[in-house]
Design a binder for this molecule. Structure first.
Ligand code: IDP
Ligand code: MG
Length: 153
């Protein structure tokens, strides 16, 4: 089972999209293991986006990410990292397919509602940035077996 890190950005909170975003992830069959509302600072954003710190737009990205509270979450499921990337859609909402969260609910690359990890390796790093091991709730769901092809096994 994979775990992935998902963060609803300040625009998602301000636009009251929290419920809808969580619903999409739940509908897919992913399981919520932890959730934390917080206010990011510049250091958090640098650690979340180390590959972008040299970009011309990075100062704007920081300003945006610290502009209001965010919702950090850990989700679990089979192939959870790629499944969540696909649910979110392309980085630029203008290019994201209809049916994806960014494709359906956003218009601008600078305000694309939600972050998720892009690899299993990065998911572990990002979860560690925001959660301690004791904050991750591992538990069984009675419906979980029906997400598998052979639930009786
Ligand atoms: P991702 O969020 O789809 O993983 P990344 O390339 O990791 O995409 O970029 C992180 C975030 O930085 C994006 O979600 C977006 O908010 C912002 N970003 C990326 N590229 C641009 C850009 O060209 N202009 C403005 N913001 C950008
Ligand atoms: Mg990324």
């Amino acid at each position: 089972m994979e775990e992935t890190f998902v963060l609803i950005k300040p625009d998602g909170i301000q636009r009251s999209m929290v419920g809808r975003i969580i619903q999409r992830l739940e509908e897919k069959g992913l399981k919520l293991l932890s959730v934390k509302m917080m206010r990011l600072d510049k250091k958090n954003v640098e650690k979340l986006y180390p590959h972008l710190v040299e970009k011309e737009f990075f100062p704007r990205l920081v300003n945006f990410m610290v502009a209001g509270p965010v919702l950090a979450m850990v989700w679990e499921g089979e192939g959870a990292v790629l499944a969540t990337r696909k649910l979110l859609g392309s980085t630029n909402p203008q290019e994201a397919s209809t049916g994806t969260i960014r494709g359906d609910m956003a218009l601008s690359v600078g305000a694309n509602l939600v972050h998720c990890s892009d690899s299993l390796e990065n998911s572990k790093k990002e979860i560690d940035l925001f959660f301690s091991p004791g904050e991750i709730n591992k538990y069984e769901k009675s419906t979980g077996i029906w997400l598998r092809e052979e639930p009786w096994k």
